[in-house]
Design a binder for this molecule. Structure first.
Ligand code: ZN
Length: 298
């Protein structure tokens, strides 16, 4: 079915490859313990919290890799450097299954309120860890917790990244400016949204995050399917962010597998990795979008 571009016009100069009308990125952020240690260092002393997080590398990643293999889907895992160092065999199993590995901080640090030197330090320590453990230089970056500063795109370009995946201001990928200077480097932005994150649907760590009761997998995946259909309708990017320790539990993984099967059956929907999407969008002559702080006049 062709895109109804009268009803849902695509952004200026944006198009998908021939025969494609929308795309889907089923990505995983392999946070493990790092997401709790980064935000709440005291949780390192709480075995209950740490064991909850270790479900990801111990049980969920192998289950998800088996599922993705059954589905013949190659996707993107964003891996904090500390997680790669702490769980090297797990990180290598992701790489060796053919998935893209992206950068996700070192210890899942938020960059809110930190100075530039500190932020660059997180980027470089994460890069060094992924190089040491996996022998890779990632091209994609997903900021821990999607926290991003106005200077971050410029830092990413300087470190050789080609795409970022953090922002919520578009249904479609776009070209991200790093500076107002003409000819300055650009990145590709692969947008995300809270509605397409497993964290707030399922995750519950008493005292730290979420609410009880947690979401029912069939209902969560029905909500995501509704989002998927609407995004396909507007010719956008369905970008689902998941965490192995969250979505890799049996009923959740089973519902997710049905959702991916449903997506794979949609005519003209491209199930891609972040790098594949960025490589396509780089070929388009899109006007760069520059993000600057809002101006409030006195
Ligand atoms: Zn994360």
């Amino acid at each position: 079915m062709p895109q109804d571009t009268n009803r849902h016009p695509l952004p200026a100069d944006f198009r998908w490859p021939d025969g494609i009308r929308a795309a889907a990125l089923f990505s995983f952020d392999l946070d493990a313990e790092a997401v709790m240690l980064g935000d709440h260092p005291e949780t390192g002393r709480y075995l209950d919290v740490i064991a909850h997080q270790r479900y990801g590398p111990r049980v969920a990643v192998p289950r998800i890799l088996r599922m993705l293999d059954r589905l013949d889907l190659r996707t993107t895992f964003f891996v904090p450097g500390w997680v790669a160092e702490t769980w090297p065999d797990v990180a290598r199993s992701v790489r060796d299954a053919g998935h893209e590995v992206g950068h996700h901080g070192y210890l899942h640090e938020s960059v809110r309120g930190v100075d530039e030197e500190t932020e660059v330090g997180y980027l470089r320590r994460g890069l060094a860890a992924l190089n040491e453990v996996l022998g890779i230089r990632p091209v994609g970056y997903r900021p821990p917790s999607w926290d991003i500063n106005y200077r971050t795109p410029g830092l990413l370009a300087r470190e050789g990244f080609r795409y970022d995946s953090a922002m919520m201001d578009s249904d479609h990928p776009y070209r991200l400016a790093t500076s107002p200077e003409p000819g300055a480097p650009t990145l590709i932005e692969l947008p995300v949204h809270w509605s397409l994150d497993d964290w707030n649907r399922y995750n519950y760590v008493p005292g730290y995050t979420g609410n009880s009761p947690v979401g029912r997998p069939s209902e969560v995946c029905a909500a995501w399917a509704e989002e998927l259909d609407a995004i396909v309708e507007v010719g956008g990017l369905f970008s689902l962010t998941m965490h192995p320790f969250v979505s890799g539990r049996p009923a959740r993984a089973a519902a997710l597998e049905r959702l991916i099967e449903r997506a794979a059956a949609i005519d003209g929907l491209w199930l891609a990795t972040g790098e594949e999407l960025a490589s396509w969008v780089e070929t388009l002559d899109l006007p760069p979008v520059l993000h600057e702080p809002p101006v409030i006049r006195p």
